[in-house]
Design a protein around this ligand. Structure first.
Ligand code: HEM
Length: 509
């Protein structure tokens, strides 16, 4: 084969490739135009690789104001473009990312074009060292399998078992003793909520409670050497890995690996119990409530798979609900008139602390004052402030964007859009929920086929805890009322500065 022939062949290949690119972009531009997809503006970055964007995110993470950075970026784009921009391109470590706060795009990703999207490699890479493969990291068949195993756990019968919750509430209440004047000391109520939700989630899902509240009450648990400590640390590492995308491995070191190991060791104890039960012919799965772990152990004996599935659901079940409780309590402590109004409603519907009535799943669901408060808290402070979807194909069209890249939709900013929620969008106003039916502009639980499977369980649990708290205490004070709110982001979002309150016990409690 002559040299000229090889050269000619190579040149033809290059020309063909260029032609393909030109035709493709012409075709895509026409299709985008016919679907009304505008061309997207670019977020300014001084360097071509988007290292500046990553630096911005890392600095905001350090200052615990990542959700505010998203708001600032939207504002900066509005100022540059002289219009409100809801979808734009940012560059991060050499990759284009399409950032959106457009509910129509969220609806397309989660529902109408669900099949065109997946969680994507970035999520898998960043979370795998901690979570392995489970419902939060899997797509396709693997996801479908995890979801069907979980479904029976969340039937109405299962989530209505409020006597289990009462046991956890009682232990939490022991961590809030009152002095002779009826007031508690300064109380870090956020940590109490995190222990409560891990205890109830482990009991609900694994059939056995972690009893971390008792551990602290008895002085057995060292908060700096506990499962909760390492779980938070490992989640934070996973969220940093997300920002490094394909270079996520750069984030790992001896310390992060140790933390992940401590988390795994903790969950492996439950796995060992489940495996023992599965071998025991007397352990009857049909008897008693559905326990996810037992059902799982009946389908696989692989300890790594069992651990991964458990960790995935534990992440979902513990942090999100504890965050909702923490944010709501902080808001109530900062808005005494809303606290009093909610308390009046609670006492009227559910009686006093020592003489409760109607505390059922249905009654909790129909207490509007309570539901409005939780809705408002989840609007302003969604546990999952940002979610990333990845297109399966190289180019997709969404109602408001032609898409080639990863698409983070920023729930935090969508929930605060003034054109949707009004000029008071940044304020905590539960009454805004009267007569309001939310659509794709309110997605604290996601939507579509991957909608949060634990939504009803979470709202029942959080509602129950709030009712019992407000029955017992008739006043609540934020110990640091002037403190600027900061965001503690791991894979979920909770107040960065622990919620520290003083509470006054009602005379009839
Ligand atoms: C207030 C509390 C909660 C909030 C705000 C919440 C929110 C969410 C959100 C936003 C997602 C989508 C996450 C993503 O894909 O990035 C999700 C998924 C999920 N949630 Fe929740 N969640 C809460 C409580 C719970 C609880 C208590 C459980 C279980 C015990 C649970 C189980 C799940 C599961 C299994 C998924 C994955 C669903 C799937 O991909 O098919 N969640 N949740």
């Amino acid at each position: 084969m002559s040299f000229t022939f090889v050269l000619g062949f190579a040149a033809a290949a290059v020309v063909l490739q260029l032609l393909r690119l030109v035709v493709n972009s012409w075709y895509h531009a026409r299709k985008a135009q016919s679907l009304g997809c505008g061309s997207l503006p670019r977020y300014p970055c001084k360097d071509p690789f988007g290292i500046g964007t990553l630096r911005e995110s890392m600095a905001a993470d350090k200052e615990k104001r990542i959700p505010e950075l998203s708001e600032q970026r939207v504002q900066l784009m509005a100022d540059r473009e002289n219009r409100f921009v809801t979808t734009f391109i940012t560059r991060n470590l050499g990759n284009d990312i399409i950032f959106t706060i457009e509910p129509r795009n969220v609806q397309a990703v989660l529902a109408t074009q669900f099949k065109d999207f997946e969680l994507g490699g970035v999520r898998r890479l960043s979370m795998h060292p901690l979570l392995g493969t489970g419902i939060f990291t899997a797509d396709g068949e693997e996801w479908s399998r995890s979801r069907s195993l979980l479904r029976p756990q969340f039937t109405r019968d299962q989530i209505s078992q409020l006597d289990l919750e009462e046991g956890h509430v009682k232990k939490a209440m022991q961590c809030m003793p009152v002095a002779d004047n009826g007031w508690t000391a300064e109380t870090d109520i956020q940590s109490i909520f995190f222990r409560l939700t891990i205890d109830s989630a482990t009991e609900f899902l694994f059939g056995e409670s972690a009893e971390s509240q008792l551990g602290v009450l008895n002085g057995r648990e060292d908060p700096k050497d506990s499962f909760a400590y390492y779980f938070d640390k490992s989640q934070h590492t996973a969220s940093v890995r997300t920002r490094f995308e394909k270079l996520a491995f750069l984030v790992d070191n001896k310390e992060t690996r140790y933390s992940d190991k401590r988390v795994h060791d903790y969950v492996d104890k439950f796995v060992a119990i489940a495996l023992r039960n599965a071998e025991n012919p007397k352990h009857d799965l049909e008897k008693g409530p559905y326990v996810f772990l037992d059902a799982l152990a009946a389908t696989t004996r692989d300890p790594i798979e069992l651990r991964s599935q458990l960790l995935n659901i534990l992440l979902a079940g513990r942090d999100t609900t504890a965050s909702l409780l923490s944010w709501t309590t902080l808001m109530l402590a900062r808005h005494p008139h809303i606290f009093q109004k909610l308390r009046e409603s609670i006492i009227e519907t559910f009686g006093t602390y020592s003489n409760p009535k109607n505390l059922t799943f249905a009654d909790l669901k129909s207490c509007q004052a309570l539901q409005y408060c939780m809705n408002e808290s989840l609007r302003l402070y969604p546990s999952s402030h940002l979610t990333v979807a990845a297109p399966r194909a190289t180019l997709l069209f969404l109602p408001a964007a032609a898409l080639t890249a990863h698409l983070p939709y920023t729930v935090h900013v969508i929930h605060r859009r003034k054109d949707i929620w009004g000029p008071d969008a940044d304020e905590f106003k539960p009454e805004r929920w009267a007569n309001r039916k939310a659509g794709w502009e309110y997605v604290p639980f996601n939507g579509g086929p991957r909608i949060c499977i634990g939504q009803q369980f979470a709202l029942t649990e959080a509602g129950y805890v709030l009712v019992r708290l407000l029955q017992r205490f008739d006043k609540i004070e934020d110990v640091y009322p002037e403190r600027k709110i900061r965001y503690g982001l791991t894979l979920t979002s909770c107040p960065a500065d622990l919620v520290t309150v003083r509470m006054h016990q009602a005379d009839d409690a």
